[in-house]
Design a protein around this ligand. Structure first.
Ligand code: HAS
Length: 542
């Protein structure tokens, strides 16, 4: 990458890791409080620390990392960014950084203790919502930089399929633009006027609905960049090829179509939304699991083909031939493996009856620590080992690779303990988002305590792993030896494969996406506004 593009991409990655460090500290603190192993000094609130952890880890670390990584990938595959595209990327960084600083200060002042899901009726200072709006609008500019680079490439290469990585990045950012419209509407038209005192009340169900319109595609905004790495970079790292360019593009188009009209699966236990619409959203949720199954199939094929090329015999001999000492492969691989139970947990959550058992229990927290904090985070760590040196003109040394392997192991064991304990105790009924280690002398909560302690031990390990990761990032930015690091982009297994042109007809996919959204949300929102304004009694839903 040219130095100017590398700089803007690196600045995004650096802020991501600063947020990650603060979030990791907040994470271990709240885990210890919950297990009754630490009492916070007066003046600091458990929920305040939990909000800092969720916002900085779930929203800030991920968004910066994703924009930084995808920008670099788009630049790499479209011949570098132009001055205008870089300007758009810098506007993204500046707006998001003002928003992040403002939001963090507001949380630390205990003026925005509203958790990372920040919907009503919890109310924050208007500065927090303005900060959230700045982060969202800033990230749009990151998307615009990528759209412009992609459009420039397509114009210069008429009739050809775009580079796979650029196509995937553009699909991810298009999904992000569509998804963030929900939270932008909630912040601008509901939360800011309410927090400023311009309106006395707020429609809570509408606020939650708009949030989850955004909240579920948010998880695919986290996942899709990890899939970019799995489809395009991992095959190159292990010396293999992309299984199928067409399959990869199709899975991303399916994510674009089905990621958003599914938000009611977070609201299955809520009144105010009729059962028919919940049913439709559940069907669409199960549909959006499909591209993940396609990805699983594709990755197994890549691994098996490469393992057999290297001489792997019999049914599973290929497995032993994979590069088990290379952290750039091992960290994302463990992420993939974690997504097998993580995804299965998601399907459990999506089933109405089972959701009644797990909803608002700490099982859900266990679910997202497997998915985003293991699958996605380990993949992002894996990317850092080659992306940061590529951006700083340095190389990953064998020693740092070994430390990285140890870091990966520590993170994996920490997550297994934490997420495993959370899943188990969630099924025993332990609620999520409660500061209490004990509930007086009640017998049932006492049974939860030992699981909370296991989760806290996992939290300790994770904290040490996070410190190690920050150390590795510092090494890769400032101290690793100078040299050239390749940007791993694999070729397609069949060089003659040309994906069908229809997969790049954005007019069709964007129109279908909007149609599906109007179908899934149009009438239910109308129903909410007309039949169930604030203060309404529960409505009949059968
Ligand atoms: Fe989820 C709640 C349903 C995926 C994150 N989810 C959450 C929350 C978060 C989250 C953050 O239906 C909490 C929100 C809150 O604070 O309230 N989730 C699903 C479903 C999927 C799913 C159906 N979730 C994710 C992903 C996330 C994520 C991905 C982050 C990145 N989730 C729910 C539901 C709730 C929910 C309900 C609400 C619960 C409630 O009541 O509050 C699906 O997309 C999952 C499909 C995935 C698969 C797995 C495919 C496997 C692959 C790995 C292949 C491995 C290989 C390695 C090749 C079917 C791709 C080889 C390995 C060897 C061992 C050899």
């Amino acid at each position: 990458l040219d130095p100017a593009t590398a700089r803007v991409s690196l600045y995004h990655i650096l802020v991501a890791f600063v947020a990650f460090g603060i979030a990791a500290l907040a994470g271990v603190i709240q885990g210890l409080v919950r297990a009754g192993m630490l009492t916070l000094p007066s003046g600091i609130n458990y929920y305040q620390i939990l909000t800092a952890h969720g916002v900085l880890m779930g929203l800030v670390f991920t968004t910066y990392f994703i924009v930084g990584f995808l920008l670099s990938g788009v630049a790499k595959t479209t011949g570098g960014l132009t001055a205008l595209e870089r300007k758009l990327a810098w506007i993204c960084w500046i707006l998001m950084t003002i928003g992040t600083v403002m939001g963090t200060i507001t949380i630390l002042q205990n003026n925005a203790t509203v958790l990372y899901t920040f919907y009503a009726p919890l109310k924050a200072s208007p500065f927090f919502y303005i900060a959230a709006a700045l982060i969202v609008v800033g990230s749009w500019f990151g998307g615009y930089a990528m759209f412009a680079a992609y459009a420039r490439w397509c114009k210069a290469n008429k009739g050809q399929r775009s580079p796979l990585l650029a196509f995937m990045a553009v699909t991810t950012m298009a999904l992000w633009q569509i998804a963030t419209l929900g939270v932008a509407a909630e912040v601008l038209f509901q939360l800011i006027p309410w927090s400023l005192g311009w309106v006395p009340t707020i429609d809570v169900v509408l606020s939650r609905t708009l949030f989850w319109y955004f909240g579920h595609p948010l998880v695919y905004f986290w996942l899709m960049p990890a899939y970019v790495v799995w489809y395009v970079c991992i095959p190159k790292i292990i010396g293999g090829k992309v299984f199928s360019d067409t399959l990869a593009r199709l899975s991303f188009i399916l994510f674009l179509l089905f990621s958003t009209p599914v938000g009611f699966h977070h609201q299955l236990m809520e009144p105010g939304i009729s059962a028919h619409w919940k049913f439709i959203h559940v069907i669409l949720t199960l549909t959006v699991a499909l591209p993940s199954m396609m990805t699983a199939f594709s990755m197994f094929a890549v691994f098996e083909r490469r393992g057999r090329e290297l001489g792997g015999k019999a049914l599973f001999g290929w497995f032993t031939k994979l590069p088990w000492k290379d952290v750039r492969f091992v960290a994302p691989f463990i992420g993939m493996a974690a997504f097998i139970p993580g995804g299965a947990g998601g399907i459990i959550n999506a089933s109405n009856q089972l959701n009644a058992i797990v909803h608002n229990t700490i099982w859900v927290t266990g679910h997202f620590h497997l998915t985003v904090a293991t699958t996605v985070a380990l993949t992002f760590f894996g990317v850092s080992y080659w992306l940061i040196p590529q951006l700083t003109g340095r190389v990953l040394t064998p020693k740092v690779n070994r430390i990285g392997m140890f870091q990966t192991g520590l993170w994996t064991v920490g997550m297994l303990l934490m997420s495993g304990a959370m899943h188990h105790v969630g099924l025993l009924g332990a609620p999520r988002r409660t500061a209490f280690a004990e509930y007086g002398t009640s017998q049932v909560p006492l049974e939860w305590l030992s699981y909370n302690k296991i989760a806290a031990v996992g939290g300790y390990l994770l904290f040490f792993a996070a410190v190690l990761m920050i150390g590795i990032v510092i090494n890769l930015v400032f101290f690793a030896p100078k040299g050239e690091t390749a940007y791993p982009i694999a070729e397609t297994a069949d060089p003659k494969e040309v994906a069908p042109a229809i997969l790049e007809r954005w007019s069709i996919w964007l129109t279908l996406t909007v149609l599906l959204l109007v179908l899934a949300y149009g009438y239910p929102i109308y129903e909410l506004l007309v039949n169930a304004p604030p203060g309404s009694p529960p409505i009949r839903t059968w």
